[in-house]
Design a protein around this ligand. Structure first.
Ligand SMILES: [Zn+2]
Length: 455
């Protein structure tokens, strides 16, 4: 009896529907409309079975705010030891064919959620061995089979709510996590969660609304401290504001991993002179498939324009948490990805928004250290941003919005791609401390972060 190929939706670990290849047949062409299952991806056409030369055609349609259109699961691809051809037809995609193959680098990774990497990192993404484009139609394939029973294909590396949960859990496992006052005050919620929201409405994707945690935690190696009685620099990391700017999450968490696991002189200096406060801002936007904005009961917001008003429940929660957690902010970095899917031209560049002279100094130092990489000065930011909040309300000495490059270009995987950049951030801070451009604060009382015990 011939088996029959079929596309059915399957919900991934964050509740997002994905198309999943199931095996019933040997070579039956199947066409499925996105609307048959979900609003997530567009049209998926399987033109062959994996027993010969597997081909998967993905035709994105106008996704609105849906980010799921960028992703497809291909399950069973290892069954026959074959590598699928993936054909992505962008002719009718949003923005008149953008993302075009010439600008955009699809990636794949093994997906096996039952096996979580011990270091807490998401599974690394990989380039396809071969890529060819005809117009806006891109064909991708690998030269060798891969030993996985499922892969995910995406327009770019992506970061899920699930990955945020794993990242906080990993930091907890290192012994360097500090539960912040905001989390302690939020009785009944998990450790490192200061608030929780359940979206009421119809989300952009097909995920079933559920309670989504607002995470924040301190990260501090209390076994080391600056010489001479100075306090550490308090570094506030704001991450995940714009839902589909996955690179910002990858880069920020790589900085946290560098703090917890990094080796070498600069990593030692980092732990000795800095402690981190990590705030995740827009988990609802990521969970419910938004491109940039939030998915909040009461309306959507651009979270990075909502720091000067009360429009975003998630930003409000983070501001409240910060008021409980922070007695002094020295450095505030807001981690983003350059979102050329929105039409942003900064597809391949690494940009830093700066406002004040000291921030220009830091950016210039980073640029020198990264040379010949070009760091774009992309302006001073807009009203209502976290950068503005960090400067004006938190009173940070140094505050910048970081726009990491799109997709894979120049960044083969989060660790090897971003870690050298993170090292330059820390190196530049170290140099600025040495040059008295940044100031360590002498401890005059108990450190609130470390609690009344002062340990
Ligand atoms: Zn952004």
């Amino acid at each position: 009896m011939a088996e029959r190929a079929q596309l059915v939706p399957q919900y991934d670990s964050e509740g997002r529907a994905q198309f999943v290849r199931q095996y019933f047949d040997d070579s039956v062409e199947t066409t499925a409309s996105a609307d048959d299952f979900d609003s997530a991806i567009g049209t998926v056409v399987i033109t062959d079975e994996f027993t010969s030369t597997p081909t998967i055609t993905i035709t994105p349609y106008d996704p609105g705010e849906v980010t799921g259109w960028m992703n497809a699961f291909v399950r069973g691809s290892g069954v026959n030891g074959k590598t699928p051809y993936v054909v992505i037809d962008c002719t009718n995609a949003r923005y008149g064919g953008i993302p075009k193959p010439s600008l955009w680098t699809p990636v794949w990774r093994a997906v096996d959620d039952a096996t979580v990497p011990a270091d807490g990192r998401p599974r690394p993404w990989a380039l396809f061995d071969n890529k060819s484009a005809v117009g806006d139609v891109l064909t991708l394939y690998n030269d060798t089979a891969f030993a996985s029973n499922a892969i995910e294909v995406s327009f770019k590396p992506r970061w899920r709510y699930l990955d945020t949960q794993r990242a906080f859990a990993y930091v907890e496992s290192t012994g360097l996590a500090v539960e912040l006052a905001s989390s302690i005050a939020a009785t009944g919620l998990p450790t490192h969660v200061h608030d929780q929201f359940t979206f009421s409405g119809t989300p952009a994707n097909s995920a079933t609304p559920t309670a989504i945690n607002m995470y924040a935690c301190g990260v501090d190696d209390t076994s080391v401290s600056p010489a001479g009685g100075d306090d550490k620099l308090n570094l506030v990391f704001i991450v995940g504001q714009h839902a589909s700017e996955d690179q910002g999450n990858d880069a920020c968490w790589e900085a946290v991993y560098f703090y917890t696991d990094g080796t070498g002189t600069i990593a030692d200096w980092f732990r000795q002179h800095c402690r981190l406060f990590v705030y995740d801002v827009n988990p609802q936007g990521r969970y419910y498939g938004k491109e940039r904005q939030t998915e909040e009961t009461g309306g959507d917001e651009d979270s990075n324009r909502a720091w000067d008003d009360s429009g975003s429940e998630q930003v409000n929660a983070v501001k409240t948490a910060m008021s409980l957690d922070l007695t002094r902010t020295d450095i505030c970095w807001d981690w983003h990805g350059a979102y050329f899917l929105n039409g942003n031209g900064n597809a391949n560049e690494f940009g830093i928004y700066v406002t004040e002279t000291i921030e220009e100094t830091w950016r210039d130092r980073v640029n020198t250290l990264l040379s010949p990489m070009f760091v774009t000065d992309i302006g001073t930011g807009s009203a209502g941003t976290a950068q503005e909040y960090g400067n004006d309300i938190l009173g940070a000495q140094l505050c910048s919005t970081l726009e990491f490059p799109i997709a894979f270009t120049g960044y083969p995987d989060p660790q090897t791609g971003y870690e050298p950049v993170i090292e330059t951030f820390v190196e530049a801070v170290k140099d600025m401390v040495a040059a008295s451009e940044l100031t360590l604060t002498t401890i005059t009382g108990p450190d609130l972060l470390l609690g009344a015990a002062g340990v």
